[in-house]
Design a binder for this molecule. Structure first.
Ligand code: BGC
Length: 470
């Protein structure tokens, strides 16, 4: 077929498709922050093996090296909220990219343990601030119709970063080169820096700061038809300073409880015991060959990536609540199965494989629900004036719960046994399901402004922001 016939036959893009196209590359660039989040949290599982021998680490200092990134993330989430509201989302991501790159170099060239820990805390600070600023920025540049998918690209990047880290660990295991494992993060950090320098600022943040002309210019880079959305944003956003606006007020309390609750539940249902300790769990399940354990870990990581892709396809069609409810139910069932398996004495042969299947189902269920939808919802449910600070609070609680679970997992197993530990996570999963069912609202297809007004659809602004069954 000649080029001209191809041109003639090409279906012209609908006005709407043309209109939303501009936001997709912008979301992809911001999601590189997620890649760094995943890579830098995942890479330690392999690097720690060689750090242990090089620096003669005791068990306590080993835990300290692993936990230092999480401590840094709590600090980064604390500092980032105020800064994202005050200086803007794009600027925060640029600063995070610089810190990501600088700290990666420190950890790659460190002559001693102290600087290694300082570098890992630095990496953590970048992860903590970027972990919520990336979804926040994407949410504010995205058209309502595909906002769920675009924000969840960040979770896709997190899960891909974890798998890339497992692969890099595997490739450098032969040479025991933990410096290269850490140092490679400089590449995505530079990509994020250059990419974000070229991206527009968030039109909603600009409007909230009274910069109307700049907001129009930014919006024109994101959509072809900007008029309708801009009228709505202009109508609903009254420029206000966030200084002095309290988070714990009767009006904000319900959404603060939802964000913080989901943040804690996302972690205390145990996801990172699998992400950080998968090889250890496979060993407990009777897979004694290191290469089988690595392969199984890689399989679990891939299940995480693939199911996040499924979530991206579904989140704007079926909505946030069904994904959360079905995903959490899947986690409860697989945790129940894991508990049973570990209560049986002498796991071998077929049971080791059932363990692998249960872990895959567990991670896949997380990936379709709590994984992406937690970060998405906290980027949607807060009013613009406090969005950065409120997201930062939820993110601090997320990283603090992550630290708590990571530090207590091995002790819990010693104290109450493997089976009971998984049942404990399963019981918490039941609580999580009830929390979602009774409290979490549906935000599918609504503009951030209509969510802020408490209206359930743009055309019927009189319905309150409540779960559909209330
Ligand atoms: C969580 C991380 C977790 C990752 C795994 C994220 O949504 O916040 O703690 O390691 O998902 O996919």
């Amino acid at each position: 077929m000649s080029k001209s016939t191809q041109k003639k036959n090409a279906v012209p893009l609908s006005k709407e498709a043309q209109s939303i196209r501009g936001s997709i590359p912008v979301a992809i660039v911001a999601a590189v922050a997620g890649l760094l989040f995943g890579y830098d949290t995942g890479v330690i599982s392999g690097a720690i093996l060689f750090l242990k021998t090089d620096f003669h680490l005791s068990a306590t200092s080993e835990e300290f090296v692993v936990a230092s990134v999480l401590v840094g993330a709590i600090l980064g989430a604390m500092a980032g909220g105020f800064m994202a509201d005050r200086f803007g989302r794009r600027k925060m991501l640029i600063v995070a990219a610089i810190v990501f790159g600088g700290a990666a170099l420190v950890t790659a060239f460190t002559p001693n343990m102290a600087l290694l820990i300082a570098g890992r805390i630095g990496v953590g600070i970048a992860i903590g601030s970027a972990s919520f600023t990336a979804p926040l920025y994407i949410s504010e540049i995205a058209p309502a119709r595909i906002r769920g998918a675009l924000v969840s690209l960040n979770q896709l990047a997190i899960t891909s970063g974890i798998v890339v880290a497992y692969l890099v660990d595997f490739l450098f295991a032969g040479t025991q080169d933990w410096r290269a494992m850490f140092g490679l993060a400089v590449i995505p950090a530079a990509m994020l820096l250059v990419g974000m320098l070229l991206m527009p600022r968030s039109p909603r943040w600009l409007m909230g700061h009274g910069l109307q002309n700049e907001a129009v210019t930014a919006m024109k880079r994101l959509r072809q038809d900007v008029s309708r959305e801009l009228v709505e944003i202009k109508h609903d956003i009254i420029p206000k300073s966030s200084n002095g606006v309290k988070l714990w007020t009767p009006a904000l309390r319900p959404v603060i409880i939802i964000g913080v609750g989901l943040a804690i539940f996302q972690q205390i249902t145990g996801i990172n015991t699998i992400v950080y300790y998968a090889p250890t769990i496979f060993e407990m399940a009777g897979m004694h060959s290191a290469s089988v354990a690595i392969l199984a870990t890689f399989g679990v990581g891939m299940a995480n990536v693939l199911m996040t892709l499924v979530a991206i396809r579904l989140v704007d069609r079926v909505g946030r609540r069904p994904l959360l409810l079905y995903g959490t139910a899947g986690m409860v069932v697989s945790l129940g199965a894991l508990g049973i398996i570990f209560h049986l004495s002498g796991i071998s042969g077929i049971l080791a494989w059932i363990t692998l299947i249960s872990l895959v189902v567990y991670v896949a269920s997380f990936a379709i629900g709590l994984g992406p939808v937690f970060w998405l919802l906290i980027s949607e449910i807060y009013p613009l004036v406090v969005r950065g600070r409120a997201m930062s609070l939820a993110t601090i609680m997320n990283w603090a719960s992550n630290l708590l679970v990571t530090l207590s997992f091995l002790s819990l197993i010693r104290w109450m046994g493997r089976g009971n530990t998984f049942w404990l996570f399963g019981a918490i999963g039941i609580g999580t399901w009830a929390f979602i069912y009774y409290l979490v609202p549906e935000t599918k297809g609504r503009s951030l402004e209509s969510i802020e007004q408490g209206s359930s659809a743009e055309k019927s602004p009189d319905l309150a922001l409540l779960p559909p069954h209330v």
